[in-house]
Design a binder for this molecule. Sequence first.
Ligand SMILES: [Zn+2]
Length: 205
Amino acid sequence: MATPDHEYKHDYDRVHEAVDERVQRREDWARRRREGIPTDENLLVIACMDERIPVEDALGLSLGDAQIYRNAGGKVTDDVIRSAALTTNFFDTDEIIVINHTDCGMMSASDEAVVSGLQTQAGDLGGVDLDPSLPELTIGGAGIEEWVKMTDDIDEACAAQVEHLRSHPLIPDDVTITGYVYEVESGELRRPGERVAAGVNTRVE
Ligand SMILES: [Zn+2]
């Protein structure tokens, strides 16, 4: 079927504009940092590195929405502070979410067992560089077990990570900071200390 010229022109313009828009989006994507474009949700997520946690799915995030920092336990370590300080002060990030989880490996051994295992590997732990590029940064008076940060209670640990961030001088006061516990047994998030399963399975007196 023949298409009238004016309609063809109209369609051509729409395609041209759509392609231009795609090109612009690709350029913006590639130049995000140097153009000062923040993540789409102005969000940093700090989560445990455990392979069972689908961070993006659990939070409903797509590529580009957030920066995601994962380490053993989802702990607020010095490098989490470094990363959070940079993104909140320079990249317009105004929200941080911490995700810890049930059955975390950080609850699977005692401090003593972990220290002993590391000693077997390295010998004297007092002389180990924690940051190979910064030997001046030492563990000081802390023990290696405090650096490893094993966990007794995941709900308390989650609340503590949020508090560490909230009270840190390098994180601006207006940054919204929230913590959640991801339940590997249900595949759902909950707020620390609010275990619905126990609540709904116990008779109300
Ligand atoms: Zn974990």
